[in-house]
Design a protein around this ligand. Structure first.
Ligand code: UDP
Length: 321
């Protein structure tokens, strides 16, 4: 198969490219290097089945040309990371909505299958935990910038489903829960690389809020396996799937585990949300996926425990601080 990965120089995209190459496929990456990096794909460049183009996903002629060369598209290019979203809301909304419009419109011309990466953020403040794909999305007010991310991704989902229902473009939607692993940077606010780096350098580990909010962290290799499995499966078309882990941990619990696994004597400190993200920030209190749908279709289950995942991230930063 020849697959186009938008955002393929990003953290998840580069792992996905690697996995497709490993099974003998040909990979075309499109990335503008805004949050991705050449470093992430440098090791793939010698492979003759690997190709990359540095350009924005907004550039329709480039997307059209690449879509022509490929059998399927995985659209990962997006503005991600709570810090980026809070600091650059215009860029977040425009990248996430317009980028997906371009990809879907170009893929539709040739009816090439497209997987759209959405996010667990869309569940917002829903209290129906674990979150099922058919559950309600509960977003906060538009005055709180964080929710623009969920809203922009929800529009992407609506658009992808509309292309399937109205124009018979085969689309698959995945809602990625917190994904971690080697190559993820803490630069855009993600908690696991941030805590790992803090623990390894002896700096204070910064818990935002009271630390009682929870998340489930999944290793990127499991996430990539699920994406490939869904792309390969004809019955995934026109459907939405959660992908992630369902091993829940509070952020305070996470800080304690990272500190212990890193053998660190860092202090653990609590920082008010206002100080971390500015006035009026609203967090998601709990975020746990129901994995029955993706498990039922492709037999997906996350294979790594939280401790194994944290260990791999700590080792990554120990080797390359
Ligand atoms: N967080 C934290 N300290 C940090 C970075 C993040 O306590 O240095 C918290 C953040 O407020 C959230 C959780 O960790 O409750 C996960 O944050 P992240 O940005 O990784 O992803 P999110 O799940 O919010 O998209």
């Amino acid at each position: 198969m020849r697959v186009l990965i938008t955002g393929g120089a990003g953290f998840i995209g580069s792992h996905l490219a690697e996995a497709y190459l490993d099974r003998g496929d040909e990979v075309f990456v499109l990335d503008d290097l805004s949050t991705g990096s050449i470093e992430n794909i440098r090791h793939l460049k010698p492979n003759p089945r690997f190709h990359y183009t540095i350009e924005s996903v907004h550039h329709a002629p480039t997307v059209a040309e690449l879509v022509d060369s490929c059998d399927a598209v995985v659209h990962l290019a997006a503005a991600v990371g709570v810090r980026l979203i809070v600091e650059s809301p215009v860029r977040t909304i425009e990248t996430n909505v317009h980028g997906t419009e371009v990809v879907l419109a170009q893929a539709n011309k040739k009816k090439k299958k497209v997987l759209i990466a959405s996010t667990s953020e869309v569940y917002g403040l829903s209290e129906q935990v674990p979150f099922r794909e058919d559950g309600n999305l509960v977003l906060g007010p538009t005055s709180k910038g964080r929710w623009s991310y969920a809203c922009s991704k929800a529009i992407d989902e609506f658009l992808a489903l509309a292309y399937w229902r109205e124009r018979k473009l085969p689309t698959v939607i995945v809602r990625l829960f917190n994904t971690v692993g080697p190559r993820q940077t803490g630069q855009y606010g993600m908690v696991v690389p941030t805590f790992a780096k803090q623990a390894l350098t002896g700096r204070p580990i910064t818990i935002y809020g009271d630390g009682q909010q929870s998340r489930c962290f999944c290793h990127v290799a499991d996430v990539v396996g699920a994406i490939i499995g869904l792309m390969d499966h004809s019955r995934a078309v026109g459907e939405v799937f959660n992908i992630g882990s369902d091993e829940e941990v509070t952020i305070r619990g996470l800080a304690d585990r990272v500190k212990a696994l890193a053998g660190s004597d860092s202090e653990i400190v609590a920082i008010p949300y206002e100080q971390a993200y500015g006035e009026g920030f609203e967090d998601m209190p709990r975020r746990v996926p129901d994995l029955a749908k993706v498990g039922g279709l492709i037999g997906y289950r996350p294979t790594r425990t939280l401790d194994q995942i944290l260990q791999s991230v700590i080792e990554f930063f120990r080797d390359a601080p």
